[in-house]
Design a protein around this ligand. Structure first.
Ligand code: NZQ
Ligand code: ZN
Length: 378
């Protein structure tokens, strides 16, 4: 087992009506709030009003930046940071899913610097401080509510990149499973795929860490046992709660400890597909994971079989891959690009894979592998 440090500084408030603690928590960080949210789901499901009530209860001043799109773009980070600077905000409040929270994370380090936000992704600037970030999660999947990662797209350079820094951990995150009741069936399924993918990206990392492997199996089993039920009972609190907690646990680093590395090759492929075709993140992963497994089937058969034995009780790589495919299919998620209805162009995918340097940290994907991957994606 490798050495590790556990330091997850996010205070997680999980359960019914946790929103009641929001105003008091924000007030600890100051009076001026930058309130960031997405395209409007929080207005139609009533969450917006509950947040405003909390702000009013503690006499907090706020400016709003909204309209963050799914698969967020760096322009919104720069615009929101400008608004935050102009209003001298003390604290950032992000209410939404991964796209909103990731945007707010980068805003939190962009406000204190003069550089454009993309400079962080290109390592041209290193943050030295951040504006405190508080989140209210409305979508279970990414795990961003309790980690130090953020993802953004630069449509000019045609890149979708991840960024990691301990300064972007949210200070507090509020998770009420009820807030996810209004997430539509297909999006709920994409969140379930995402949490499975995060668990597996850790599992396919380097080194031996048996307890972390067992965490991976347990998290994925929650998804397998309760995910399909949830899709037929979107307003079932217990099922929403199980999936929400599983998603947090899948990417708050619990599954990382003791490993020498994690992988992220599948996410690297998925990011190219959402960048090019604006596919939902989870839908890119239900296509990319089986493709990645097919590429590595003969390179790491033992590890793939270990996954299959523990998750599906099977004994071969083929059965493992089809076990995962059948589960994704049972959630009605696409397994192939051809099932998404988009008109894709193989040459553009190849070019964008090269530009984004698609690769894993542990299991290397060479440029020569790209053609094979595209074949598996089709
Ligand atoms: O814009 P709004 O109106 O909020 O609508 C959103 C959006 O259309 C909607 N939604 C969110 N909560 C809802 C709701 N609709 C009804 N009721 C609710 N309660 O759902 C749609 C998708 O939201 P989005 O935030 O895009 O989804 P998700 O949480 O999957 O985030 C995806 C982004 O996170 C990145 C992905 O790459 C992608 O850009 N990731 C971030 C990670 C991280 N920071 O650790 C790790 C992940 O692997 C991932 O890469
Ligand atoms: Zn993901």
């Amino acid at each position: 087992m490798e050495n590790f440090i556990i330091n997850t500084p996010t205070v997680l408030h999980f359960g019914q009506v946790v929103i009641q603690g929001l105003g008091k928590t924000l007030a600890k960080y100051g009076k001026n709030v930058l309130f960031i949210y997405g395209k409007g789901s929080i207005k139609s499901n009533g969450i917006y009003q509950q947040v405003i009530n909390q702000l009013n209860l503690f006499d907090l001043q706020y400016v709003e930046y909204h309209g963050i799109k799914a698969n967020p773009i760096i322009e919104d980070v720069d615009k929101a940071a400008k608004l935050g600077k102009r209003n001298n905000v003390d604290v950032i409040l992000a209410v939404g899913g991964g796209s909103v929270i990731d945007t707010a994370k980068i805003v939190s380090i962009a406000i204190p610097v003069k550089n454009p936000a993309w400079d962080f992704f290109e390592a041209k600037v290193k943050p030295e401080k951040s504006i405190p970030l508080i989140t209210v999660l409305t979508f279970a999947g990414t795990g961003t509510e309790m980690n130090s990662f953020a993802v953004s797209q630069n449509l000019q350079t045609k890149q979708k990149l991840g960024y990691g820094n301990d300064l972007i951990y949210p200070k507090h995150s509020f998770l009420d499973p009820k807030y996810t009741f209004s997430v539509p069936k297909d999006q709920t399924a994409y969140g379930i795929v995402d949490l499975i993918a995060h668990s597996l990206e850790a599992f396919f990392g380097g080194g031996e860490a048996t307890l972390s492997d067992r965490f991976v199996y347990s998290i994925i089993k929650e998804a397998i046992d309760y995910g399909p039920d949830l899709l037929n009972n979107l307003e079932n609190y217990e099922l929403r709660a199980k999936i929400m907690y599983a998603a947090t646990a899948a990417l708050n680093k619990l599954t990382f400890y003791g490993r020498s590395s994690t992988d992220w090759g599948v996410h690297s492929i998925g990011h190219v597909l959402s960048l090019l075709y604006d596919l939902p993140h989870g839908a890119t992963l239900s296509i990319a994971y089986p493709a990645w497994l097919k590429l590595f089937e003969n390179r790491i058969p033992e590890r793939i079989i270990e996954m299959g034995e523990n998750l599906f009780g099977v004994k071969t790589t083929k059965e493992t891959i089809s076990g995962l495919e059948s589960f994704f299919k049972s959630l009605n998620c696409p397994l192939k690009l051809s099932e998404t209805g988009i008109e894709y162009d193989k040459n553009i995918i190849l070019k964008t894979m090269k530009l984004n340097k698609v690769n894993g940290f542990t299991h290397k994907i060479s440029v020569e592998d790209y053609d094979k991957i595209i074949e598996f994606l089709e």
